[in-house]
Design a protein around this ligand. Structure first.
Ligand code: SF4
Length: 437
């Protein structure tokens, strides 16, 4: 039977309750009548390509649980498809709602199709990466039509959202060339668009042919993630004119997409000092009329390579608390190497902590229940119940088991042994003798 709508946004505007909308409302403990108008207004997106048949749909919006994305994909230096699929399944198990396939080598089509066939998380891509590989031609030889063809191909394959760097124009080239920034452009996709424009002398094809792109996205219900080519790559570039000027352009493009019922997220910074994060979220919400903000970090200091999952979790927690809806994970390998399976795991856990902490502070319905159950388990010194509530039970259990207290395995841990405050209080309140020696 033919659908009476193209996109989730169009359906909501027509008052149609889609199966995906129903699922989102139920997962978020919200009433359908609450969620539907927010999808219609663009404040919640439900990335759900009509061809992603195994999708377990999620909503993205600042009033919902904060979602996290995991980047992976085949590259020239790491081309083991099985390892990438292992990272995908680990990410889904650990609760990532989204996977971005950033493959830039080899048979990207087969990997992308496998992902869309087997992975229930929403799938995102950056079509400009794939254009060079797909056509096996260097960047300069590609035409605007080639880029559009790859966007369509990703739509056909079932990709739920595409990052498109539509917001830079020839004016941006002059701004960057003026040398006002320390780190120029650090977005991989943004740098490719910049390079293509510099080499061909033409306007940004993702900006120039935006209306055609909207028609493709409408056809497959692919959400556009408006890429922030000019996100700051260091604290010194944060919230500068180049970043804000691009954001204003993204605001205009958001409204143009909404006119065609195409769902939009807006990508955000980058490297940002803690005291500027809340203001950045506010500016984005104002300029982009409440479209969900998808932040890449933000990293709150530049000097911790090897630990950027922590610098990013600090920034991500503040960002989500201040209005960001979606966090892109960062791993310990950021700025250093392609993440391995363990780096991916650490990045996901750090992002989940940031997202969950923000959800508690925002008062998202039900967000604190797990914390309260953990407190009960801790008070009861019930270790099995603690593993059930832990974000990463494997690591938690492994640490305890590696250093059990010598004389009583089921009771305290080896941190304080018989001086355990919880044990002492439980016994004292029960009127029991507290045996320490
Ligand atoms: S021994 Fe110390 S750290 Fe371990 S459970 Fe008791 S109070 Fe907590």
């Amino acid at each position: 039977m033919k659908r009476e709508y193209c996109t989730q946004m169009e359906a909501a505007r027509k008052g149609i309750i889609t199966p995906e909308l129903k699922k989102v409302a139920s997962k978020e403990n919200r009433r359908i009548e609450e969620v539907l108008p927010l999808v219609a207004e663009g404040k919640i997106v439900i990335p759900a390509n009509i061809n992603h048949k195994c999708l377990d749909a999620n909503g993205v919006g600042s009033m919902l649980k904060t979602k996290i994305n995991v980047n992976l994909g085949i590259s020239r230096d790491c081309k083991d498809y099985d390892i990438e699929m292992k990272k995908v399944m680990q990410a889904v198990e650990l609760g990532a709602e989204s996977i971005m396939d950033l493959s830039s080598h080899g048979d990207t089509t087969t990997f992308r199709r496998k992902l869309c066939k087997e992975c229930p998380a929403m799938i995102g891509t950056v079509p400009i990466y794939d254009s060079v590989i797909h056509f096996k031609r260097d960047l300069k030889e590609l035409t605007a039509k080639d880029f559009l063809d790859v966007i369509r191909l990703h739509g056909e394959d079932g990709v739920d959202f595409v990052t498109l760097h539509c917001g830079i124009t020839r004016k941006t080239i002059e701004q960057i060339r003026s040398g006002s920034r320390k780190m120029n452009i650090v977005s991989r996709g943004g740098s490719l668009v910049f390079a293509w424009m510099s080499m061909t002398g033409e306007e940004n094809p993702f900006y120039e042919y935006y209306d055609e792109i909207l028609e493709i996205c409408r056809e497959y219900d692919m959400t556009i993630s408006l890429g922030d080519a000019c996100r700051p790559g260091c604290l010194a570039d944060a919230t500068d004119g180049v970043q804000i000027e691009e954001l204003i352009k993204l605001g205009e493009l958001t409204e143009r997409a909404w006119k065609r019922d195409v769902q939009v997220m807006v990508e955000g910074p980058g490297h940002v000092p803690m005291d500027q994060i809340a203001a950045n979220m506010k500016i984005q919400q104002t300029i982009c009329k409440g479209a969900p903000f998808y932040v890449l970090g933000p990293l709150v200091t530049d000097i911790a390579p090897g630990y950027d999952h922590i610098t990013s979790a600090i920034g991500g927690a503040i960002a989500a608390w201040s209005g960001a809806a979606f966090l892109c994970y960062v791993t310990p390998a950021e700025h250093l190497a392609l993440p391995n399976v363990d780096d991916v795991r650490q990045g996901i856990i750090a992002s989940k902590i940031a997202a969950h902490s923000a959800d508690i502070a925002k008062g998202i319905p039900g967000a604190r229940e797990q914390d309260d159950r953990m407190a009960n388990a801790r008070r009861a010194l019930d270790w099995d119940a603690q593993w059930t509530e832990a974000l990463d039970p494997t690591t938690a259990k492994a640490i305890r088991d590696s250093r059990l207290p010598e004389d009583d395995h089921s009771d305290t841990c080896s941190m304080c042994g018989k001086f355990c405050a919880v044990r002492s209080m439980n016994k004292a309140l029960a009127g029991e003798v507290i045996d320490i020696l």
